[in-house]
Design a protein around this ligand. Structure first.
Ligand code: BT5
Length: 326
């Protein structure tokens, strides 16, 4: 455990109160001047710390391994956790180091400099106000069932978030609050030859992010939990809750092979079902009514032009409102 991690933990525990340099120095067994240098360095790196006359506090709690581990009641998911201050992408890092890590290992970063979305898109994860997390799993699974893990993860994430906010799922991988995207899921599979070496479950959540820290390009369709609920989120409690739900849901699916529990939750919390959207494929854009999610995790839609009902695949289609994101 580095001094930096211990300092963040102390500030998390005392949040929203301040701690003096002297109090921190005593706890960390450092000189007061070293504490001031350390907090100044963290501020330079955009950690949300404010300091005034040798008193320090966080603007909101930030990710800390000590705080996640405290009371984490899982058996293997999160048994090993790694937290990096900066990574290009937690998914890319997990992929590069897949063979070194056991199933259940969780990689976290305070910020990503090149976070990945689906289909080559970018994911923005500035310092402090967001969760960037990748969970490594190594299941024996029929390859056709891998896309279902996106729905499983969405269900676990909704269970973790529902006590904080009135969230919905925009199939296949967006978590929505007040019609704005507050979290996204990116599942990547790694193969060696014909065999699956592992699956990386990437999750990005805008917890305490300020809207002005989001790029202009998607500010109108994105938000954070704090911006929508006006309540500060404890990212460590949220990660803990997600890991517990994910472990339960994943183990149940691996044991029974039955996706219906998480698919029915995805249906129940769907932001799309019963409404009309534009369905965009490779070479068409058609108006359709969204009916349900089928047992393969596909979205079932009825096209308005032909009245034909079809199940569509998440890798080939996207769903948009007439003139808005949803
Ligand atoms: C996603 O892609 O929503 C998947 C996001 C997964 C991010 C996690 S973070 C940890 C792990 N490591 C990674 O490198 N990635 C995963 P997609 O559905 O393609 O959405 C991407 C689109 O969402 C972008 O094109 C933007 O329009 C928008 N976007 C980007 N950053 C956002 C943010 N922070 N909040 C809301 N929308 C965002």
């Amino acid at each position: 455990m580095t001094i930096e991690e211990r300092l963040i933990h102390l500030l998390n525990v005392s949040y929203p109160k301040t701690l003096t340099s002297l109090e921190l120095a005593d706890e960390l067994d450092l000189e007061e001047s070293s504490v001031d240098n350390l907090t100044a360095d963290l501020k330079d790196r955009n950690y949300p710390i404010t300091s005034h006359k040798q008193k320090h506090r966080l603007a909101y709690p930030v990710v800390s391994l000590l705080d996640i581990k405290k009371g984490l009641e899982t058996t293997f998911i999160g048994e090993t956790l790694h937290l990096h201050s900066t990574l290009r992408s937690t998914n890319a890092y997990a992929k590069e180091n897949l063979s070194k890590h056991r199933e259940g290992t969780v990689i976290l970063a305070q910020e990503q400099t090149s976070g990945k979305g689906r289909l080559g898109r970018n994911w923005s994860s500035p310092m402090g106000g967001s969760i960037s997390m990748s969970v490594i799993v190594k299941p024996r699974i029929d390859f056709a069932k891998i896309p279902l893990l996106t729905q499983l993860t969405a269900a676990s994430l909704v269970k973790a978030l529902e006590s904080i906010a009135d969230v919905k799922i925009k199939w296949p991988n967006d978590i929505i609050l007040n019609r704005k995207k507050i979290a996204g899921i990116l599942i990547e599979s790694e193969f060696r030859g014909d065999s699956l070496s592992g699956i990386i479950i990437g999750i990005g959540i805008n917890t305490n992010l300020n809207k002005h820290n989001m790029p202009d390009s998607f500010r109108d369709k994105a938000s954070s939990v704090k911006a929508e609920t006006h309540t500060v989120v404890d990212p460590n409690a949220l990660i803990q809750s997600f890991l517990i739900h994910f472990e339960n849901d994943y183990l149940a699916y691996m044991t029974t092979g039955d996706p219906s529990p998480f698919l029915s939750l995805c249906t129940e919390y769907s932001a799309l079902i019963g409404k009309d959207y534009w369905v965009t494929g490779k070479d068409h854009k058609r108006k359709a009514t969204v009916k349900t999610i089928d047992s393969f995790g596909r979205l079932v839609v009825t096209y308005h032009d032909t009245n034909v009902t079809e199940a569509i695949n998440s890798s080939a289609f996207s769903i948009r409102g007439a003139d808005s994101y949803i």
